[in-house]
Write a protein that binds this ligand. Structure first.
Ligand code: FES
Ligand code: FES
Length: 354
């Protein structure tokens, strides 16, 4: 297994290579304390308020990047491997011209004290990069549901969002998209990522399920993390520093959804956002609940597998999974027969669960 000991990602357009990293370092702490990019704020440090919203771009289907807003406060820095991280500092043009999202907020008087504003701007920026012909009110509500404002109120911000639909001119990110894709694909070397803080504390990001199994054999006490929407609070609220931390988000074989005659298999790395289309099509009520789960930022990071594996008594998805029936948790070709006493077909939570 090829291994790499350096985290690599684009911060805006600049390559970052990080060799020494405390495994529980969050994206927000790195931005504010190391990069001195203080535009991204800390409000709650638990994924609720959206003040820390940043956008992560990854190669998606075809020749396109997918842009997703996430909460930097609970996102481990190591999860940026192979991505472009975009913060509010990246939006204005080199000559200082505001990005259309920023200008719309100014024109609609969408800011007062300004503390929440960078987070709203980044959520709106992500919305403009989604495949929406013209965002309607529901799209806008969903895009902004993870951002809280204590002083402006939401009407001017929603007005700014609606105004953006009238100004769809390409921005610098659209113009540089193929160049950025080329750079990100060059970073995707398929290697197993093994980082250290230089004092024995480790962060692993295996490139596939087999490599994950190898890491877990060597480190049975490891903490497995996918979206970190719960584990991230261990760092920020409980000041825990688990090591090693094993992130499964680089394992492409754990990020698949497979529909078969026996059921549906959801890999442990599939985010709520990625599972939404399939689950809403098969079970509209499941889709309706998922759209209310957390926020767009949380759904873009958190996984159903992690929600199950976390075992929280207040987990969001277990009640729905239980209501759908036991189903087959073995997967195609591996069924042990325990599901056959049920007449209810069939949902499959991740076997790996992380
Ligand atoms: Fe509140 Fe991150 S600081 S969601
Ligand atoms: Fe003050 Fe939103 S403008 S919190």
């Amino acid at each position: 297994m090829t291994s790499r000991d350096t985290l690599r990602f684009l911060l805006g357009t600049e390559l970052r290579e990080i060799k020494v990293m405390e495994p529980t370092t969050t994206v927000l702490d790195h931005l504010r304390l190391v990069e001195r990019r203080t535009g991204t704020k800390e409000g709650c440090a638990e994924g609720d308020c959206g003040a820390c919203s940043v956008v992560v771009a990854r190669p998606g289907e075809g020749n396109h990047l997918t842009y997703r807003a996430v909460n930097a406060c609970i996102q481990p820095l190591g999860t940026l491997d192979g991505c472009q991280l975009i913060t509010v500092e990246d939006l204005a043009a080199a000559d200082g011209t505001l990005h259309p999202v920023q200008q719309a907020m100014v024109d609609a008087h969408g800011s007062q004290c300004g503390f929440c504003t960078p987070g709203f701007v980044m959520s709106l920026f992500a919305m403009t990069k989604a495949d929406l012909a013209a965002p309607d009110d529901q799209d806008i509500d969903e895009a902004l549901a993870g951002n809280l404002c204590r002083c402006t109120g939401y009407a001017p911000i929603a007005r700014a969002a609606r105004d953006l639909a009238d100004a769809p001119a390409p921005d610098q990110f659209d113009l540089a998209q193929s160049q950025t894709l080329t750079r990100l694909r060059a970073l995707d070397d398929g290697a197993h990522l093994a980082l250290s803080d230089g004092k024995g504390r480790r962060f692993f990001a295996p490139a596939n399920g087999d490599a994950l199994a190898d890491v877990l054999v060597d480190h049975p006490q490891a903490t497995i993390v996918a979206g970190a929407t719960d584990v991230g609070l261990w760092f920020t609220k409980h000041l825990k520093r688990p090591t090693p931390l094993v992130w499964i988000g680089r394992a492409a074989d754990l990020a698949r959804i497979e529909e078969t005659p026996a059921g549906i298999e959801i890999g442990a790395g599939v985010t709520y956002s990625d599972a939404l289309e399939t689950l809403a099509r098969l079970w509209p009520d499941f889709g309706a609940v998922l759209r209310r789960l957390g926020s767009t930022q949380i759904r873009n990071a958190g996984t159903i597998g992690g929600n199950v594996a976390n075992g929280s008594p207040i987990g969001d998805t277990p009640p729905m999974l239980i209501a759908l029936g036991p189903g087959c948790i073995c997967g195609p070709g591996r069924c042990a027969g325990c599901c056959r006493s049920s007449t209810t077909s069939s949902t499959t939570a991740s076997r790996t669960g992380a």
